[in-house]
Design a protein around this ligand. Structure first.
Ligand code: DI6
Ligand code: FE
Length: 407
């Protein structure tokens, strides 16, 4: 017997990164997995006989639970004052070079207790869950010392263990040079590679390793050093690449067979080709593009032409993307980057899952995958990317457990 079945749903299964619709569909869950999915007429009997729990979707749409594959959810403080400074004429880079920016969040994060970090992250997480998110990636990178990087990842793991959401953690020790290492870049990288990475890998605190490869952060050579160590420890990598300038970040990510290369505003055609060959996912972050008032759009047409899977994520962080809605992110990907609503939905399901190494278990409605679903009060799946700031979520299902009855 199944634990639960959803009937009278219209399914956007997202197989192959397309809507792949099943009209008058049904989905069944058992033991947290999808036990059956298909047209309602294919059920072998009455739903109430087949499952303990029956949810009549009354024609609502069902999609896979949404995936936010790039966030900096755990951090202390906020940077509202910097937002004002930028509107008074300072640039993001000027603020960073003057000791503001990432480094100011590092101070706030080091000062925050674990409880405070978990509470602040929990508040932001709830907003994401209201948009139907069932999987979220969380990066470290605002500690930049052994103790605080470890604490950030422990808090992220705690969220994964206690909240109704799948959490994947990413170690981002190479996010910025901490102030106490000014003029001693090599020594900080020694700390990242020889102390932090082995400790974090040894404690099983990270599922992947990321770096910020940029003029204001780390060079391609420095990034490669971190990646060499990550790979030696058996951890997959991803990269903040070509966000503010073309540093060859996409090609670098591809060289290390990265799960994803993220941002990509300045990526060249050679970089796009390298991503395609490596099977690396392009993660687009329109929130940062919007919030920093950038003008250079990622090479969407090239990514499409070369068949690079495009994921979309909030980049939720206090400096460049204080964006707590994956649905608004989908809208931004369409309005700012000209993705189609179907590409946007694939970006937060199929391809978002792949960017986290979860292609085999998440991101589509298929038998055997996790029973993470979102049920929507919409007339078509394209409507999910259409609204601004409203969530038509009717029910969120995590591992087969619905968060509310369908009215
Ligand atoms: N790129 C970004 O856009 C964020 N981190 C990164 O590596 C910015 C983070 C911040 O400004 O706090
Ligand atoms: Fe980021």
């Amino acid at each position: 017997m199944w634990d639960a079945v959803w009937t009278n749903g219209r399914l956007a299964t997202m197989r192959g990164g397309r809507y792949s619709v099943v009209e008058r569909g049904a989905v069944a869950a058992r033991g947290g997995r999808i036990a059956w999915v298909g047209p309602r007429d294919g059920l072998s009997g009455e739903p109430a006989v087949l499952a303990r729990e029956v949810h009549d979707c009354a024609g609502r749409w069902i999609t896979p639970g949404l995936v936010d594959c790039h966030t900096h959810l755990v951090h202390g403080g906020h940077r509202a004052r910097e937002f004002e400074m930028r509107l008074e004429g300072a640039t993001y880079e000027e603020i960073a070079r003057a000791g503001g920016g990432i480094v100011s969040t590092v101070e706030a994060t080091r000062d925050a207790s674990d409880t405070l970090l978990a509470m602040a992250a929990g508040k932001r997480l709830r907003r994401l869950l209201e948009d139907g998110v069932t999987t979220v990636e969380i990066k470290s990178g605002y500690g930049l010392d052994v103790a605080t990087e470890t604490r950030m990842l422990r808090v992220a793991r705690l969220i994964g263990a206690t909240a109704e959401v799948e959490v994947k953690t990413t170690f981002l020790g190479a996010h910025a040079l901490p102030p106490e290492y000014r003029g001693r870049r090599g020594e900080y990288l020694d700390l990242v590679c020889d102390v932090m990475l082995p400790a974090i890998a040894g404690a099983g605190l990270a599922d992947a390793v990321d770096a910020f490869c940029e003029g204001i952060a780390f060079t391609p050579e420095e990034t490669a050093r971190v990646f060499d160590k990550a790979r030696a420890l058996g951890l997959p990598v991803k990269l903040h690449a070509d966000e503010l300038s073309d540093t060859g970040g996409a090609a670098l990510a591809a060289r290390f067979h990265a799960l994803s290369a993220d941002h990509l505003e300045y990526t060249s055609e050679a970089g796009v080709r390298a991503l395609a060959e490596a099977g690396t996912v392009a993660v687009l972050l329109p929130g940062a593009f919007y919030f920093l008032h950038e003008t250079r759009v990622p090479p969407i047409a090239l990514l499409r032409d070369h068949g690079v899977p495009m994921a979309i994520a909030t980049d939720l962080n206090p400096g460049s993307s204080p964006l707590e809605s994956i649905l608004l992110t989908m809208n931004m990907a369409c309005t700012l980057f000209r993705l189609t609503p179907e590409e946007a939905l694939a970006g937060v399901t199929t391809h978002g899952a792949r960017a986290l190494g979860l292609a085999g278990t998440h991101g589509t409605l298929e038998t055997g995958k996790v029973a993470d679903l979102a049920v929507w009060d919409v007339d078509s799946p394209g409507e999910l990317a259409y609204r601004l700031g409203a969530s038509p979520l009717a029910q969120r299902v995590f591992r087969g457990n619905a968060d509310r009855p369908l009215a």
